[in-house]
Design a protein around this ligand. Sequence first.
Ligand SMILES: [Zn+2]
Length: 147
Amino acid sequence: MSNNIVTSMLTNKCPRCREGKLFVSSNPYDLSDITKMNDHCPTCGQPTEIEVGFYVGTGYVSYALSVAYFVSSFVAWKVLIGMTFDLEDNRILYWLLSSIILALLLQPIFMRLSRSIWITMFVSYNKNWKNEPLAYNERMDEKMKEK
Ligand SMILES: [Zn+2]
């Protein structure tokens, strides 16, 4: 079964072949290895760090993810539990506390997802990846070209 772009991002797969794993450890809670990536996709050889400092930009993605997370947890809480802006009603406070705690617990997954989304924005899927050689990005680090 082949992955589509969404399942490929969610499962942290290489965007080029959608088969190889981006991260060394498949457990995001392996604390020493949260963002440790394979240098190259183990399946198709796509470099995971396209250029030096490539993942600096993931800050934008993780910011967007956090906003999306807080908005959706707010909506879910409002629908399922309910809240008002009444000072007597502490439910908004409970939402805030529990969503912050959950956000902290989910951080490793968010960190990986941000990288996965980020690389997917720059590397496109190639269904003929088995036959076609890697296309090199001209901004790519020289030492990666040699590999
Ligand atoms: Zn790959």
